[in-house]
Design a binder for this molecule. Structure first.
Ligand SMILES: *[C@@H]1O[C@H](CO)[C@@H](O)[C@H](O)[C@H]1NC(C)=O
Ligand SMILES: *[C@@H]1O[C@H](CO)[C@@H](O)[C@H](O)[C@H]1NC(C)=O
Ligand SMILES: *[C@@H]1O[C@H](CO)[C@@H](O)[C@H](O)[C@H]1NC(C)=O
Ligand SMILES: *[C@@H]1O[C@H](CO)[C@@H](O)[C@H](O)[C@H]1NC(C)=O
Ligand SMILES: *[C@@H]1O[C@H](CO)[C@@H](O)[C@H](O)[C@H]1NC(C)=O
Length: 207
């Protein structure tokens, strides 16, 4: 019986095209309903993820701590000096923080005396990354400053550094959020001990 029906239906369809259109319509409607259903589910999942991202996975700013600052090389007749900053970078987020090139600008009395490029990297979630940043201070530029002699006479130099870290956090693997961390530090360089006993940093974050 089934075979008979199959044999009859093609001829029937060719004589009566409206019935084939009807079955196509049903399939199309079913498809549309399925797409609509899938779309709704995707939208609901999207909303849930967004709520999670804004609450549980709330993007928090990274915490940067300057552990110590050391002057590696300082010759009285050569003003170039190398400063090594031991920096901890804590990522309090449940997501990893990927950052690009960093730039640290060193200034003395408002003029730039050195620039330190930093390599890009990743700060894993809930982890602290520790690194040594090497800063070269250009003595020639330092010498151009009219305040240098009085500062040297006083025994200390006030040096500032500005670090800009541009990064991106990725939430649940696909929601990306841009974060800019600006670290503004000031140091007091003691010439007689050739050390930096004092430093203070201010952090500013742009989400
Ligand atoms: C300081 O370093 C710069 C660049 O590394 C160099 O061009 C300059 O000659 C140095 N100056 C002194 C006094 O060593
Ligand atoms: C990062 O620094 C490297 C080397 O200085 C450079 O080739 C690259 O273009 C920089 N990338 C960005 C995103 O600035
Ligand atoms: C940074 O430098 C100090 C002293 O030179 C060293 O003990 C420490 O292991 C270094 N840290 C890193 C992360 O390289
Ligand atoms: C530099 O350090 C020495 C020893 O700690 C101290 O006696 C001196 O007062 C310091 N100089 C300045 C300008 O702070
Ligand atoms: C960095 O801090 C100093 C004072 O602590 C301030 O004068 C300077 O404007 C700050 N720089 C930036 C770029 O915020």
């Amino acid at each position: 019986m089934g075979e008979n029906k199959e044999q009859i239906s093609p001829t029937h369809d060719s004589e009566n095209p409206s019935s084939s259109n009807k079955s196509h319509d049903i399939i199309r409607r079913r498809c549309r309903r399925r797409i609509l259903y899938c779309g709704c589910v995707a939208a609901i999942v999207g909303v849930v993820i967004l709520v999670l991202a804004l609450t549980v996975f709330k993007v928090r700013e990274p915490i940067i701590t300057m552990n110590s600052v050391n002057v590696q090389r300082f010759h009285p007749n050569k003003l170039n000096l190398t400063v090594i900053a031991d920096v901890s970078f804590k990522n309090p987020n449940a997501v990893s923080f990927r950052y690009g090139n960093t730039t640290t600008t060193i200034s003395y009395r408002g003029s730039t005396i050195g620039e330190v490029p930093g390599p890009p990297g990743v700060a894993p979630a809930h982890r602290t990354k520790r690194m040594n940043l090497t800063m070269d201070v250009l003595g020639d530029k330092l010498l151009e400053s009219p305040n240098l002699l009085t500062d040297v006479g006083a025994g200390s130099l006030g040096v500032g550094s500005l670090t800009i870290i541009g990064g991106r956090v990725k939430i649940l693997g696909f929601i990306k959020h841009h974060v800019d961390v600006i670290l503004n530090c000031s140091y007091t360089f003691n010439i007689s001990t050739q050390s930096i006993p004092d430093h203070s940093c201010h952090q500013h974050v742009k989400l």
